[in-house]
Design a protein around this ligand. Structure first.
Ligand code: ZN
Length: 259
């Protein structure tokens, strides 16, 4: 590769920083550098959602589906994202312990995660956590880091603009939607703590007791010790430190809970 090309790539990179640039995560005020816009991300999210729904069977359980939609509506109502086009579906797949929220607000639960949620409060924990990953744009941040790493060899930025299959995979992978593509890329500890914090604030604002989150993650931990690791834990690593961190911040989180 010639020096001219490297300079060009560097300039392209700088342009992206300037155009797309820095973002601040709501609630934590953490600064991030994102190389794709919310618009691009939402567009990829919608495409990926279409793909997932066309390959999946929706649950025929009216009651369970209604609970997913109810919890989703309540939590999205306090998420303060008027540009998101929210959608909440329940996919019939008892063997898949997973849930995800794609950028732009498309949320899917698999029936396999419901026994671990136990009830509406447990569903609110997962819903809040997944929506938090999406509104904090963790997937975009992961894609952006990947872009920087791959900048010389592989201009993913162009792939995103052109909505290539490569960009589709990146967005699915970025948001823990691993099951359909067979790649399990775990969120970092920093992203997990942030999603726990924002997610429990959202559930509290929506009227759900945020202390339920501690119980949920304890159940998840126990589940992971008993059997093979579910998809959800492969992408959302869980350990005692995370539970301790959630407990440490609980007094602050409870200020958002009215009861
Ligand atoms: Zn997570």
């Amino acid at each position: 590769m010639g020096a001219g090309k490297i300079v060009n790539i560097f300039l392209l990179f700088l342009t992206f920083i300037l155009v797309v640039g820095c973002a601040t995560v709501q609630y934590t005020k953490r600064k991030t550098i994102l190389l794709i816009t919310q618009e691009q991300e939402t567009s990829l999210g919608n495409e990926a959602f279409k793909q997932v729904t066309s390959e999946s069977k929706l649950s025929s359980d009216i009651n369970q589906t209604a609970i997913i939609k109810k919890v989703g509506s309540k939590i999205s109502a306090v998420a303060d994202k008027p540009d998101f086009q929210w959608d909440f579906i329940l996919i019939e797949d008892t063997g898949t312990v997973n849930a995800f929220c794609l950028p732009g607000g498309k949320v899917a639960f698999y029936t396999g995660i419901l026994p671990l949620c136990q009830d509406e409060n447990g569903i609110a924990v997962v819903m809040g956590h997944e929506i938090a990953h999406a509104i904090a744009r963790h997937g975009a941040e992961r894609m952006s880091q990947g872009m920087v790493t791959d900048m010389v060899g592989n201009l993913l930025t162009e792939a995103v603009a052109a909505k290539t299959p490569e960009a589709q995979k990146a967005i699915l992978n970025g948001y823990g939607m691993a099951t359909s593509i067979g790649i399990l890329l775990p969120f970092s500890r920093k992203h997990e703590y942030e999603a726990d914090y924002i997610g429990t604030i959202l559930m509290a604002k929506a009227g759900y007791d945020p202390r339920t989150a501690v119980e949920f993650w304890k159940r998840m931990l126990q589940h992971s010790q008993g059997s093979s690791m579910p998809e959800f834990l492969s992408t959302h690593p869980n350990d005692l430190k995370r539970i301790a961190e959630l407990e440490r911040r609980m007094p602050e989180i409870l200020k958002h809970y009215a009861n």
